[in-house]
Design a binder for this molecule. Structure first.
Ligand SMILES: Cc1cc2nc3c(=O)[nH]c(=O)nc-3n(C[C@H](O)[C@H](O)[C@H](O)COP(=O)(O)OP(=O)(O)OC[C@H]3O[C@@H](n4cnc5c(N)ncnc54)[C@H](O)[C@@H]3O)c2cc1C
Length: 380
C-alpha cells in the first residue's frame, strides 16, 4: 500500500544544516528522481543570526558575504596582537540573505516540497506535523533531543552566550579591514568572556559581548557590558543601535550521535555538528552535508564518519579544562590563537590538521590542567 505524503528523504528544520543539505541534494543529479520534503515551523525570513567563518577558497558564500576580513586582532590588558589570515579570509553572511538565496533555489526544484509545520514527533518513518503525518524513507532531523537538556550535566557542557549590537556612528570610527576576534580587556567576573568586533564600514560594526561558561546573565547585564566596552574601549559617545543579535550555542561533549536511528540521522547542532571547543558550525554544515551526500550515494549510513573523529577527544579535553577553570579562558585562547600561527588553528578547527600539528597546538597551550584533563579523558 502506498502511504500518502510519502517521500524518499525528509529534512526537519530549514536552518543552517537543513538548508545546506537540501541545496546539495538539489545540486546533485543523483537526487533528481528523489522526492524531498523540507519542514520548518518558521517562515525563515527574519535575520535571526549572522554567520562568520573562515575559508581559503572562493565559494558560493562569497556572493552572500556582506564583509570579508584578511586581518584580525587579539587584545588583552597587556598587548594587541595583529594576525594576517592569508590564505584564509574571515567572512560574514546574514542569515536572512542565506534563507532568501536557498528559498529561490528550492522554489524552482520540482522534487522538493517546503512545508511550514511544527513537527511534534518522529516515529520510525512517520513524521507528525501540525495537520498531516508524512512518511519518508529516511529523515534528517535538526531538533535538539530533549535528553541533551536533561543529561547535559553529566557531560562537560558550557554555553557560548552573547548579545551583539549593530551600531552606526556619524563620523568614521572603525577600520573595516580589521576585525577583533577576542578582546579580553572587559570580562564578566573571572570567566571566559570577551568582546568581538566586526566592522562593516568606517561607520558601522557589530559589537558582541560573549561568554563561554555555564551561567546565562540577566538581559540588561549584556547591555551594561556592551555599553561599557563601546564607551571605554571604542571611545564612542554618539552611536545608534540599528539591530540586536542574541544567542546561545551549546559547547558540549554530549554524544549527539547516539540519537541517530535506523531511519533518522540527526543533523546540525542536534547531530553534534557544532565544534564544542569553538561554537563554530556553519562551515561544518557545509562539509558534513557533502559527506552525507557522498555516504548516501555509496549506500552507507548518511552520518558515517561525521563528528566522531579524534578532534572530539581534543574538544572534551578543552571543555574539561574550561569547565573546571573557567578563568583560564583568556590565557588558553590567547595562546591558541596567537602562539602557533592562526592558519594551523584554523586547520585544527576544520579537522584538517595532522596528529603532529595537533600536538603542536596542544603543546602551545602549555598548561598542567591540559595534561591532567588529557589523562582524565583517556582514563574514562
Ligand atoms: C545568534 C547566533 C549566531 C551564530 N553565529 C555563528 C557564527 O558566526 N559562526 C558559526 O559557525 N556558527 C554560529 N552560530 C552557531 C550555528 O552555526 C547556528 O546555530 C546554526 O544555525 C545551527 O544550525 P542548525 O541547522 O543546527 O540550527 P538552526 O539554524 O537553528 O535550524 C534549526 C531549524 O529547525 C527548526 N525547528 C526546530 N524545531 C522544529 C520543529 N519541532 N518542527 C519544525 N521545525 C523545527 C527551526 O525553526 C530552525 O529553522 C550562531 C548561532 C546563533 C544562535
Amino acid at each position: 500500500m502506498t502511504k500518502p505524503f510519502s517521500y524518499d528523504f525528509a529534512i526537519v528544520g530549514a536552518g543552517a544544516a537543513g538548508l545546506q543539505l537540501t541545496l546539495k541534494m538539489i545540486n546533485d543529479d543523483f537526487f533528481n528522481e528523489k522526492s524531498i520534503l523540507l519542514l520548518d515551523k518558521d517562515e525563515k525570513s527574519a535575520n535571526d543570526r549572522t554567520w562568520c567563518f573562515w575559508e581559503k577558497e572562493e565559494s558560493i558564500w562569497d556572493q552572500l558575504a556582506i564583509q570579508k576580513w584578511k586581518t584580525g586582532l587579539f587584545i588583552n590588558d597587556k598587548k594587541t596582537i595583529s594576525f594576517d589570515l592569508a590564505p584564509y579570509q574571515y567572512k560574514m553572511v546574514r542569515s536572512a540573505d542565506f534563507y532568501a538565496y536557498a528559498k529561490a533555489i528550492i522554489e524552482k526544484a520540482k522534487n522538493v516540497d517546503w512545508v511550514k509545520s511544527e513537527v511534534s514527533d518522529i516515529k520510525e518513518q512517520e513524521i507528525l506535523g501540525e495537520e498531516k503525518t508524512y512518511h519518508s524513507h529516511h529523515i534528517f532531523d535538526s531538533r535538539i533531543p530533549e535528553a541533551f537538556h536533561e543529561k547535559k550535566s553529566s557531560y562537560h557542557s558550557l554555553i557560548q552566550h552573547f548579545k551583539g549590537w549593530f551600531i552606526e556612528t556619524e563620523s568614521p570610527a572603525f577600520d573595516p579591514e580589521v576585525f577583533t576576534m577576542m578582546d579580553y580587556r572587559l570580562k564578566w567576573k573571572e570567566s571566559t568572556s570577551f568582546t568581538y568586533v566586526l566592522p562593516l564600514s568606517p561607520t558601522s560594526a557589530l559589537v558582541e559581548f560573549t561568554l563561554f561558561n555555564d551561567q546565562l546573565l540577566p538581559d540588561d547585564e549584556y547591555d551594561h557590558y556592551l555599553k561599557k566596552y563601546i564607551d571605554t574601549y571604542l571611545s564612542l559617545k554618539n552611536y545608534t543601535i540599528k539591530e540586536v543579535e542574541q544567542g546561545l550555542i551549546p559547547m558540549s561533549n554530549y554524544p549527539f550521535h547516539k540519537h541517530h536511528s535506523t531511519y533518522t540521522t540527526k543533523i546540525g547542532t542536534a547531530g553534534g555538528w557544532v565544534r564544542p571547543s569553538s561554537g563554530y558550525s556553519f562551515k561544518n554544515a557545509d562539509r558534513y552535508s557533502s559527506m552525507v551526500i557522498e555516504n548516501i550515494k555509496k549506500g552507507h549510513r548518511p552520518e558515517k564518519g561525521i563528528a566522531t573523529s579524534r578532534f572530539r577527544t581534543y574538544d572534551s579535553i578543552f571543555l574539561n579544562v574550561l569547565a573546571s577553570r573557567n578563568d583560564l579562558g583568556e590565557d588558553i585562547f590567547t595562546k591558541l590563537y596567537t602562539k602557533p600561527e592562526i592558519q594551523s588553528v584554523f586547520r585544527f578547527l576544520d579537522e584538517e590538521s595532522s596528529f603532529s600539528e595537533d600536538l603542536k597546538v596542544m603543546f602551545s597551550l602549555n598548561r598542567p590542567q591540559f595534561w591532567k584533563a588529557f589523562l582524565d579523558t583517556f582514563r574514562s
